[in-house]
Design a protein around this ligand. Structure first.
Ligand code: ASP
Ligand code: MG
Length: 403
């Protein structure tokens, strides 16, 4: 049995936590398993390093930033190997270079291309616990890269796929994936199972338990994941292709306050307008969501969409700049105090009425809907931000997701 175990920053935040993780790895090792451990940087170390860089040079080169950030994970793996050794067991730490973990060249947002597994396999065959840095890679220039914030999950899944691991366990500071964020919906319940697709919708909706790309990769390579707590021994949540245990219509409710609504009004109603608008935004790397186009009135139309807060300024500036040229006559209205609330469930595909039930719950709670979007397994509404908790709670209640 080969197991990949990934521990996040809070799970290795101090000496006690490091020894706790070391012991959990040793437990598997003693049962005869081959153990690969993937670690994040300790606690908030990545944020600390980013602040240090900003303090020295707010426009630091991305290459140098990655060079700095990789030290966070390197610290945790070295200390972990030392802790396992101190407990009397053999371990070896490795960084992305030593593995080697090949990625694309993009500093700060690299993608894993290929992992050499020879050295890892050798060390495992020699009965060592192998402790590997998450989040980092190397590119064709032999430079360090990082995979984007939260990227250690993706490292773990990629390793599990490359090593054909029997299990891939993602340890965090919560008990698993919940029907809603317990800070927003106190009665939220832990799920025993969830599908990759549901998890992808929840991850991109800001549920925040798993790095989105790790779920994409797990789905692609059929790596079954378990999300569980490093602080207790409860079972956690299994993420897999199909969940058959709980045939639930809706698995969860997500709330996301990191949203700004942008309306572009008075656009000419002719071919190419939507193309130009979104082309300008794409050129500035603005990701958009929830696009709607109104019906024609007075031979003009409106297009409305949402962006995350960090994209809002760029989006607004870009649109204003073009309002005299290719988007002539248009004007931009921005609404900041909005939030998205979504229901997600694979069961929706074969059941009518989910949207109606959600809208009824919102109506009963007195929450007005500003915009709606759907996918096969998701219904999302845009609402006023001050109603986020009320709305999430009401929808959670309506689908009886409580404990
Ligand atoms: N240490 C990195 C971060 O904070 C990667 C990770 O934790 O997954 O984003
Ligand atoms: Mg994480």
């Amino acid at each position: 049995m080969l197991v990949v175990k990934k521990f996040g920053g809070t799970s290795v935040a101090d000496k006690d936590r490091i020894f706790n993780v070391a012991n959990r790895c040793i437990e598997d090792y003693k049962k005869g398993s081959q153990v690969v451990v993937v670690l994040s940087a300790m606690g908030k170390q990545t944020d600390v390093l980013i602040d240090m860089a900003k303090d020295i040079n707010p426009k630091a080169a991305r290459r140098e930033l990655d060079m700095l950030l990789t030290t966070g994970e390197q610290t945790s793996v070295a200390l972990m190997a030392m802790a396992i050794n101190a407990l009397g067991y053999p371990a070896i730490s490795m960084n992305a270079f030593q593995v080697a973990m090949h990625t694309t060249a993009d500093y700060g947002g690299a993608r894993i291309k290929r992992i050499d597994t020879d050295r890892i396999k050798n060390e495992l065959d020699n009965r060592r616990i192998v402790v590997i840095t998450g989040f980092q890679g190397i590119n064709k220039y032999d430079d360090y890269t990082t995979l984007g914030r939260g990227g250690s999950d993706t490292t773990a899944v990629a390793l599990a796929a490359a090593l054909h691991a029997d299990a891939c366990e993602i340890y965090t500071d919560v008990d698993g994936v919940f029907t809603a964020d317990p800070r927003i919906v106190p009665k939220a319940r832990k799920l025993n199972e969830i599908t990759y697709d549901e998890m992808l919708e929840l991850a991109s909706l800001g549920a925040g338990v798993l790095h989105n790309r790790s779920v994409e990769m797990a789905k692609k390579y059929g790596v079954q994941l378990v999300v569980r707590s490093s602080l207790n021994t409860s079972e956690g949540t299994v993420v897999k292709e199909e969940s058959n245990m709980e045939k639930m219509l809706v698995s969860g409710v997500a709330a996301d306050k990191n949203v700004v609504q942008i309306a572009v009004e008075n656009l000419p109603n002719k071919p190419g307008v939507a193309f130009k608008l979104f082309h300008h935004l794409a050129n500035h790397n603005v990701n958009v969501d929830m696009i709607i186009q109104s019906v024609e009135h007075d031979s003009t139309q409106d297009i409305c969409f949402t962006v995350t807060e960090d994209m809002a300024e760029t989006a607004i500036e870009t649109l204003k700049r073009h309002s005299n040229s290719s988007l002539k006559g248009s004007h931009v209205t921005v609404t900041r105090d909005v939030a998205k609330v979504s229901v997600v469930g694979a069961g929706m595909m074969s059941n009518a009425g989910v949207a109606a039930k959600m809208f009824e719950a919102l109506y009963d709670a007195g929450v007005n809907i500003l915009q709606i979007s759907t996918s096969e397994i998701r219904v999302t509404v845009l609402i006023e931000r001050k109603y986020t908790e009320t709305a999430a709670q009401a929808v959670h209640d309506a689908f009886s997701l409580d404990d």
